[in-house]
Design a protein around this ligand. Structure first.
Ligand SMILES: Nc1ncnc2c1ncn2[C@@H]1O[C@H](COP(=O)(O)OP(=O)(O)OP(=O)(O)O)[C@@H](O)[C@H]1O
Length: 420
């Protein structure tokens, strides 16, 4: 069914923000999640050198890119096309839709109101998935491989195109599968073969005993077996590529593996996938307990005060295909429902995290660095018309507090990067 178009909400840009996290993140006070963060924002902003124009961007700690999706066929029939115009590669002009209340009011008072917005980069409707990946993700992925942590998130109201940008479609995959493909192409031939070193808490790692390693391998096998069952034939929401054929096209440059590392440097890659749904955190890779309930996870802090999700499963992956299989398994468990504008709307914030252990592979392997790449697809704030998951009582997401948790992480990163 075609969605009902609402002139007040028709301009639906989506944003992708990329935050470089400092090597050591400082404490995130879990209680702060419920506080008003506007003060924090101004604090972080005031600690920047504001004599520099646009100093967020100058220092390159935060990049905010705007992607404007093409109009759908039903939108084309409406008179919305003139609402947004791209001025140049970093700015857009917005006008209220002609028949909207905002337009009528502004015309009455002072003529049609226009607003200009600036971004790190603006991507127009003709931008392909490949071009968008090249323009936004290639550098962060490269930095990540060199040991810098990054937080990437898509942000926008329902139907803006966040999930399309994040996951993509079967024919044209989005930034997440492309990221995994680039990562594995780069570390090709340099994978650490054992599973004895595992990320732990925030940026730590642990050495597994032989017994623990066996358990780890058994767990990985059981998860991968589950992924075989996780096809999307019964789902209306098949959003990812089945196999990695499309990914062959990802940047030619990315096909070169890392050559700058010492010959003993190896990489161990681990992923986790969770969602925040109505303020509760669930593991998307291991969601069902014996009593068929989803296990609720909690935020915790390590001794340095860095926050992490306790008991979240980390799975070691050996190639991009394994990563896609885990992504698909997780998506099967994600909370999805209908909104007025999107029949297949993500109702939770999904967080896919990749951790890389850089390992000096000598007689006694030594982890020299743990870095993380956090990819969040934030739910658009909108009331649902019906839920997909039977028995769901809570039908709304886009929850303010959980969004603030992620924003809080950004602020924290900003503050720390000012200090360092
Ligand atoms: N760049 C694009 N090119 C073509 N189609 C797009 C593009 N971006 C989004 N779409 C289409 O627009 C619709 C809405 O996109 P999507 O589901 O990604 O929105 P969303 O922001 O994730 O919404 P929600 O928050 O409700 O989950 C989908 O049908 C999607 O295929």
């Amino acid at each position: 069914m075609e969605p009902v178009l609402d002139p007040e909400t028709i301009f639906r840009p989506s944003y992708i923000a990329s935050v470089e996290l400092p090597l050591r993140t400082g404490p995130v006070n879990v209680e702060d999640i419920k506080t008003n963060l506007s003060d924090e924002f101004s604090l972080a902003a005031s600690s920047l050198d504001m004599s520099q124009p646009n100093s967020f961007v100058c220092k390159e700690h935060v990049q905010v890119c705007l992607r404007i999706r093409p109009f759908t066929s039903s939108e084309k029939e409406q008179e919305f096309q003139e609402c947004v115009s791209i001025e140049d590669s970093t700015s857009v002009i917005l006008k209220a839709p002609k028949n909207s209340m905002a337009c009528r009011l502004s015309e009455k008072n002072m003529g049609q109101m226009m607003q200009k917005f600036m971004f790190s980069h603006v991507f127009g409707p003709e931008t392909t998935q490949e071009e968008f990946f090249e323009g936004t993700m290639k550098q962060p992925v490269q930095d990540f491989l060199e040991g810098h942590s990054h937080l990437i998130f898509t942000y926008g109201v329902t139907n803006a195109g966040k999930t399309y940008t994040f996951q993509g479609t079967e024919d044209d995959v989005g930034i997440l599968p492309r990221t995994m493909d680039m990562l594995f192409k780069r570390v090709h031939g340099k994978m650490y073969p054992e599973m004895d070193l595992k990320p732990h808490r925030c940026r730590e790692y642990i050495k597994l005993t032989k017994e623990q390693m066996k358990e780890e391998i058994a767990f990985k096998n059981s998860i991968l077996r589950l992924t075989k069952e996780a096809d999307f034939q019964n789902s209306n929401c098949s959003k990812t590529s089945d196999e990695s054929e499309d990914l062959e096209e990802v940047t030619k440059e990315s096909e070169q593996s890392i050559t700058t590392e010492g010959s003993h440097m190896k990489f161990s890659l681990w992923v986790s996938f969770c969602e925040i749904y109505n303020e509760c955190i669930y593991d998307l890779l291991f969601p069902i307990t014996n009593d068929k309930k989803r296990k609720l996870l909690r935020l915790a802090q390590d001794i340095k005060g860095c926050s992490y999700v306790r008991d979240l499963q980390w799975v070691q992956i050996s190639n991009a295909k394994e990563a896609f299989r885990l992504l698909k398994l997780g998506l099967k468990h994600q909370s999805i429902a209908c909104t007025k504008l999107n029949t297949c709307s993500s109702r939770s914030h999904s967080i896919f995290t990749v951790k890389i252990l850089r390992i000096e592979d000598s007689k006694i392997p030594l982890v020299t660095q743990v870095s993380e790449l956090v990819l969040c697809d934030l739910a658009g704030s909108e009331r649902c018309t019906k839920t997909r998951n039977e028995g769901d009582r809570l039908k709304e997401s886009g929850n303010i507090n959980t969004s603030l948790l992620i924003l809080g992480k950004c602020i924290n990163a900003l503050k720390n990067s000012q200090q360092s």
